[in-house]
Design a protein around this ligand. Structure first.
Ligand SMILES: [Zn+2]
Ligand SMILES: [Zn+2]
Length: 499
C-alpha cells in the first residue's frame, strides 16, 4: 500500500495524512501569524520582522561600527544576518551609550553592573522613517552589564554563553531565559561585557531572603488575628508554584535544545514582577559535549551525587538541582543550612542524605521532589514532565482562588485537598519555624568541588515508602568528627577555594 503523497506546495514526498511538508507547514503558519513584508512581499519570520530585508539593512551598517576585535565583529554580524525576530538580535553597543553605571554584585565568573541605556533595543524597521525603531527607555529601565573575568582575550566561553542565550530564546514567549541585547566593552579594563535585561528584584535567593524577613513579621500578625485563614495559604502556594513553573519551563527550553545547564541554583535564577528567568548559562554545554577536564564547578547542595563522584553531567543532573530548588522554595529553608558543606556532607549525600522538611508537605509535591532527587539519574522525571505538571497545578490554584474571590463553591481537586490538609497540620503544630540560621561553613556560591573516594550513590532504603520527608537518613555530627579524624572522603586537592 502507498503510504506517501506529495506536499501540495513543494511537491516533496511526505507521509500520508498530511497535506504539507514540515517546511511548508511552518512557513504557512508564519504567514498566518506575521503576514508578509510590505517591501519584498516575502513571509515575515517574526513580528514585524522580514529576515531578508533586515539582514540587508544590517549588512549596510557593517562598516559603521567595530568592536575592535575581529572575532567579536564576525560573531555579531552572523547573528544579525540570521536573526528571525528581534529577540534573537545582538548589537555592538559602544560603552558611552550607557549612563549611571552602578556596581551590583560579584558573580561566579565576573562582575555585574546596572546601567541605563540611552537607546533601548531594536524592535523593528520603521518603513516610514527609514530607520530602526527602538523600544523607548525611561529612567527606570535598566540593563545589566555582566563582565566575564579575563574576557579581554574574548574567551570562547564568553561568545558561547551569548550563543546559547540566543539559541534557547526562540520567540517572545520564551521569557524564562534572560534576554541578551548585545556586547559592549569597558574602556578602562578592556573587559567585554554582556548587555542583558536587568532583573529588578534580583536573584531568587534575594527574593527568598526578603520574603523570609517579611513572613517573620507577618507571622506575628497572623497569630494576633487568632483565626486561621486558609485562603491566605492558597495565595502563598500559587506564588510558589508560579515560580517553579517558570523555572521548569526555562529548563525545558534548555533541554529541548539538547543542552545541559550544569550550574543551576537559586543564585542564578533572577526574578521580575511578572516572571522568573534562568541566567548564567556560562557552563551550559551540549549534552554530547566531551568533557576535557574533570573539574566539577558548582554549589555542593545542588550538585547530583553522581556528579560529585566524577561522572559526566546529564540533563538528569540538572533535574536533581531543580529538585533542590523545589525543596528550597517550598520549605523556605536553604538546603543543608545548618551543617558544613564539606567532603563529609558530599559523602552523606551519596549515602542517601537529602534536605529535611520541618513542615507537612502535600504528598504530590513531596513525591515529585523525591523523584527529582532520586539517586538513580534514570528514575528522575524530565523537564517537560515537570513543566507540564506545574502548569496543571498552577491552573488548579488559579481556578480555585478565582472561585474563592467570586464566592463560588467549587469541587476541590486532589492538589487543593492536599494543600488544605497539610496547612491544617502545619497551623496546629508549633513545630514549624522559619529560622534559617546558616552554619559558617554552609557555602552557596559556585566553587570547585573535587572529592576523593566518595561512596556509591544510593537512596535511603524506605525512600518511596516514607511519606513525611524526603529521606530518612540522618546527618550525624558525631559521625563527622570520627570521619575527620580518619578521613574517609576528602577534597582531592587544595583547590576548594570559594570564588
Ligand atoms: Zn512542502
Ligand atoms: Zn522584506
Amino acid at each position: 500500500m502507498n503510504q506517501s503523497r506529495e506536499c501540495i506546495e513543494c511537491k516533496q514526498i511526505i507521509n500520508i495524512g498530511y497535506e504539507l511538508c514540515q517546511i511548508c507547514f511552518d512557513l504557512k503558519s508564519k504567514e498566518k501569524k506575521y503576514g508578509r513584508c510590505i517591501e519584498c512581499k516575502q513571509i515575515n519570520m517574526g513580528e514585524n520582522w522580514c529576515q531578508i530585508c533586515n539582514s540587508k539593512r544590517f549588512q549596510q551598517e557593517f562598516n559603521n561600527w567595530t568592536s575592535g576585535n575581529n572575532d567579536v565583529d564576525k560573531f555579531i554580524k552572523n547573528i544579525q544576518l540570521s536573526a528571525k525576530n528581534y529577540y534573537q538580535l545582538l548589537e555592538w553597543i559602544p560603552y558611552e551609550r550607557f549612563y549611571k553605571i552602578v556596581y551590583v554584585a560579584e558573580g561566579g565568573f565576573g562582575k555585574v553592573y546596572r546601567a541605563n541605556w540611552k537607546d533601548g533595543y531594536i524592535s523593528h524597521w520603521d518603513t516610514n522613517k527609514h530607520q530602526w525603531r527602538r523600544h523607548s527607555q525611561n529612567r527606570n529601565d535598566f540593563v545589566a552589564l555582566k563582565s566575564l573575568d579575563n574576557s579581554q582575550n574574548v574567551k570562547l566561553e564568553f561568545l558561547n554563553e551569548i550563543t546559547l542565550h540566543i539559541k534557547v530564546i526562540e520567540d517572545k514567549l520564551s521569557n524564562n531565559i534572560i534576554r541578551c541585547y548585545g556586547i559592549t566593552q569597558d574602556p578602562n579594563t578592556k573587559d567585554y561585557m554582556m548587555v542583558m535585561k536587568y532583573a529588578k528584584l534580583g536573584s531568587l535567593r534575594n527574593v527568598l531572603v526578603e520574603r523570609r524577613k517579611r513572613l517573620h513579621k507577618d507571622k506575628k500578625k497572623l497569630y494576633k488575628m487568632n483565626n486561621f485563614n486558609l485562603d491566605l495559604y492558597f495565595w502563598k502556594w500559587r506564588y510558589k508554584v508560579r515560580i517553579l513553573e517558570c523555572i521548569a519551563a526555562g529548563l525545558y527550553k534548555i533541554h529541548r535544545k539538547g543542552l545541559i545547564h550544569r550550574d543551576l541554583h537559586i543564585g542564578n535564577i533572577v526574578c521580575f514582577r511578572e516572571t522568573t528567568c534562568i541566567t548564567d548559562m556560562g557552563l551550559c554545554k551540549p549534552a554530547n559535549y566531551n568533557e576535557l577536564e574533570n573539574n566539577i564547578y558548582g554549589v555542593l547542595a545542588y550538585v547530583a551525587p553522581e556528579i560529585l563522584r566524577g561522572q559526566n553531567y546529564t540533563q538528569a543532573s540538572d533535574i536533581y538541582s531543580f529538585g533542590i530548588i523545589m525543596y528550597e522554595i517550598i520549605s523556605e529553608l536553604s538546603p543543608y543550612h545548618d551543617v558544613a558543606h564539606d567532603p563529609y556532607l558530599a559523602g552523606m549525600i551519596c549515602k542517601g542524605l537529602r534536605p529535611k522538611f520541618n513542615i507537612e508537605v502535600p504528598p504530590l509535591i513531596l513525591h515529585l521532589i523525591k523523584s527529582c532527587l532520586d539517586a538513580n539519574p534514570s528514575d528522575r522525571p524530565t523537564a517537560k514532565l515537570l513543566s507540564n505538571k506545574f502548569q496543571l497545578w498552577l491552573e488548579d490554584l488559579n481556578k480555585y482562588i478565582k472561585n474563592i474571590e467570586d464566592q463560588v463553591e467549587s469541587i476541590k481537586v486532589e492538589f487543593i485537598k492536599q494543600i488544605e490538609e497539610a496547612e491544617k497540620i502545619n497551623n496546629s503544630s508549633s513545630a514549624s519555624n522559619l529560622t534559617n540560621k546558616l552554619h559558617p561553613e554552609a557555602i552557596y556560591t559556585s566553587r570547585l568541588l573535587n572529592f576523593n573516594n566518595l561512596p556509591e550513590q544510593k537512596n535511603s532504603d524506605d525512600y518511596y515508602k516514607n511519606y513525611h520527608n524526603i529521606s530518612s537518613i540522618e546527618y550525624s555530627d558525631l559521625h563527622r568528627k570520627l570521619i575527620n579524624e580518619a578521613p574517609e572522603f576528602s577534597w582531592s586537592s587544595n583547590e576548594n577555594v570559594s570564588s
